[in-house]
Design a protein around this ligand. Structure first.
Ligand code: HEM
Length: 460
C-alpha cells in the first residue's frame, strides 16, 4: 500500500457563504432595496461579485460577474428555476403556464411549439405592419407639439403587438383586447420586482379590478381562439402559428395553453420594446453629435422613403444606437432565479432555495468591460468589440435556454420604428420636466418623457 492510499480521505471543506449587508433584524434589506433600488444594487457590489443578503425570510444572492451570470442562466441552467417573485399568484393569474413562467417539460414543449411562430421569415412579414403603424401614429404630429413620447411609444407598440398577434383587421375585439391588457399590467408597473413577495395576496381594490379585467380578457381571447379554430384560416398572425403548432405525436396546444401564450407574448413583447424606443429618443435628444450621425444614415439609406426589411442590414448605426440604449437603459434590468440544489458560485456556497439576481443595470455599466461606461456611445459596438466582450457582460435579452424568444422581433421593430419616426421628427426635452427612473417590472420613466416635437426638413 503506498503512503497516499493509507491516509484518510480529507473531507473537502465546504465553501463559505458570500459576504453582504445584514439589514434590519426582521425585514433584512427589504426597506433599503425598496427605498432606492438602483442605489442599493450598485452599493452591494462593494462586497464583491457575489453578495448575500436576506429579504424577510428569503436568502438572496446578487451576482455581478459575467462568468457567474453565465453559470446560472446557461451552463448550469438545469439547477435553476425562475425566482419566487415571478411565481406570485397575481403574475400566474395573468400568464398562467406560458413561456415566461413555466418550468421543466411543460416549458420545453411550449418553447418547441412556439418557436416556429418566431422564425425569421415569419417575423419579417410584420415589417410593413410596423412601419405602417408608425407612419399612422406620426401623421398627426405637428411642429411645436408637446408630447409624452413614452406614452406614444407604448400605444404604438401595443397596436403592433395586437395586430401581429390577432390580425386586428379580422378581429373586431382587437382594440378592446389592447385596452384591457394595458390596464391589466398596471398593478405590476408600480411595484419594484421583489416587493411582490409581500403584497401579492392583499385584497386591495387594484387587485379586485385586476381580477375583473383578467376574466374579461379571458372571455375575449377564448372567443377569438374558438372563432379561429372554426374558420381554420391562416391569418398570417402569431395566433395562427400557435394554433398550427403540434408536437411529434400530432398534439396541438389546448385552449388554456394558447391563452397563456397569447397573454405572455403580449406582456413580454410590448412594453420592453416601447421602453427601448423611449429611452432612445431621450438619449438622442441630449446628444447632438450622435443624432447628426443617425440622421445622416437615414438620409443615405432611405432618402425620405419608408424603411423596409431590405434596409435593415444597412441601418447599422441605427442598430448600434438601439444596442447602446439597451446597455444603458435595459428594459429588463434584472434576471431572477432560484437554486434548486445547493451549488457553488464564484467560490461561495449557494444553499438550495436561494433567490439569485443578476442585474443588467449594473453589469452593463461595469468599467471592467466598458470604457467610459456611463457615456452614451453607440460607436463602441464594432464587431471586434462585440466579439471581445465576455458573453454575459451585455445581456438585455437574457441568455441560455430561457433567452428571449422575441429578440429578433424586438430588434427589427426598434430599428424600423427609430428609422420611420427619426426621418420625420426630432425631439427636445422640456427643461421643467425632469425624467425620473422607475424600476418597476421593467425600467420605466416614472412620469413619462415630455418632449417638444420638431419637424426635420433635411430628411431627403
Ligand atoms: C427590447 C425588447 C425586449 C427585451 C429587452 C426582452 C427581454 C427579455 C428577457 C431578459 C427575457 C429572459 C427572462 C429570463 O431569463 O428570466 C425574455 C424572455 C422572453 N421574451 Fe423578451 N424581450 C423583449 C422583447 C420581446 C418580444 C417582442 C417578445 C414577443 C413578441 C418577447 C417574448 C418573450 C418571451 C415569450 C420570453 C420567455 C422565453 C422563455 O422563457 O422561453 N420579448 N425577454
Amino acid at each position: 500500500m503506498n503512503k497516499a492510499e493509507s491516509l484518510p480521505v480529507a473531507k473537502r471543506a465546504r465553501a463559505p457563504l458570500a459576504p453582504g449587508p445584514k439589514g434590519n433584524p426582521i425585514l433584512g434589506v427589504m426597506a433599503d432595496f425598496s427605498r432606492d433600488t438602483f442605489g442599493f444594487i450598485e452599493r452591494c457590489r462593494d462586497y464583491g461579485d457575489v453578495v448575500r443578503m436576506r429579504f424577510l425570510y428569503l436568502t438572496a444572492y446578487f451576482l455581478y460577474h459575467p462568468d457567474d451570470i453565465e453559470y446560472v442562466v446557461s451552463t448550469n441552467a438545469k439547477n435553476f428555476i425562475k425566482s419566487r417573485n415571478q411565481r406570485s399568484p397575481l403574475f400566474q393569474r395573468l400568464v398562467g403556464h406560458g413561456l415566461l413562467t413555466s418550468e421543466g417539460e411543460v416549458w420545453k414543449r411550449q418553447r418547441r411549439l412556439a418557436q416556429p411562430a418566431f422564425h425569421r421569415h415569419r417575423i419579417n412579414a410584420y415589417a410593413e405592419t410596423m412601419t405602417d403603424y408608425a407612419q399612422r401614429t406620426i401623421s398627426t404630429w405637428r411642429e411645436g407639439d408637446i408630447r409624452d413620447i413614452h406614452r406614444d411609444m407604448m400605444r404604438l407598440t401595443l397596436e403592433i403587438v395586437v395586430k401581429t398577434l390577432f390580425n386586428s383587421d379580422v378581429s373586431a375585439d382587437a382594440d378592446k383586447v389592447g385596452r384591457v391588457l394595458s390596464r391589466i399590467v398596471a398593478p405590476f408597473a408600480g411595484q419594484a420586482t421583489l416587493k411582490w413577495i409581500m403584497d401579492n395576496r392583499l385584497p386591495t381594490t387594484t387587485h379586485r379590478l385586476f381580477n375583473q379585467d383578467a376574466r374579461e380578457i379571458d372571455l375575449i381571447i377564448y372567443r377569438i381562439i374558438n372563432e379561429r379554430r372554426r374558420s381554420g384560416r391562416d391569418e398570417g398572425d402569431l395566433l395562427s402559428m400557435l394554433l398550427k403548432a403540434h408536437d411529434e405525436d400530432g398534439i396541438h396546444m389546448n385552449d388554456k395553453q394558447l391563452r397563456d401564450e397569447v397573454m405572455t407574448i403580449f406582456l413580454a413583447g410590448h412594453e420592453t420594446t416601447a421602453l427601448t424606443l423611449s429611452w432612445a429618443w431621450y438619449l438622442l435628444a441630449q446628444d447632438p453629435e450622435t443624432e447628426k450621425k443617425f440622421h445622416a444614415e437615414l438620409v443615405e439609406v432611405l432618402g425620405g422613403r419608408l424603411p423596409t426589411m431590405e434596409d435593415l442590414s444597412r441601418l447599422q448605426y441605427t442598430e448600434m444606437i438601439a444596442r447602446e440604449c439597451m446597455r444603458l437603459y435595459p428594459p429588463a434590468y434584472a434576471l431572477g432565479r432560484e437554486a434548486v440544489k445547493e451549488c457553488e458560485i464564484g467560490g461561495f456556497r449557494v444553499p438550495a432555495g436561494t433567490q439569485v439576481f443578476m442585474f443588467q443595470w449594473v453589469t452593463q455599466r461595469d468599467a471592467r468591460f466598458f470604457t467610459q461606461p456611463e457615456r452614451f456611445y453607440p460607436e463602441r459596438w464594432t464587431e471586434d468589440f462585440s466579439n471581445s466582450l465576455p458573453k454575459y457582460a451585455y445581456f438585455p435579452f437574457g441568455g441560455g435556454p430561457r433567452a428571449c424568444i422575441g429578440n429578433y422581433f424586438a430588434m427589427m421593430e426598434i430599428v424600423l420604428l427609430l428609422a420611420t419616426i427619426g426621418q420625420r421628427f426630432r425631439f427636445s426635452l422640456l427643461p421643467d420636466h425632469p425624467v425620473m427612473l422607475m424600476p418597476a417590472m421593467s425600467l420605466r420613466p416614472r412620469d413619462g418623457i415630455r418632449v417638444a416635437v420638431e419637424q426635420r426638413r433635411d430628411s431627403n
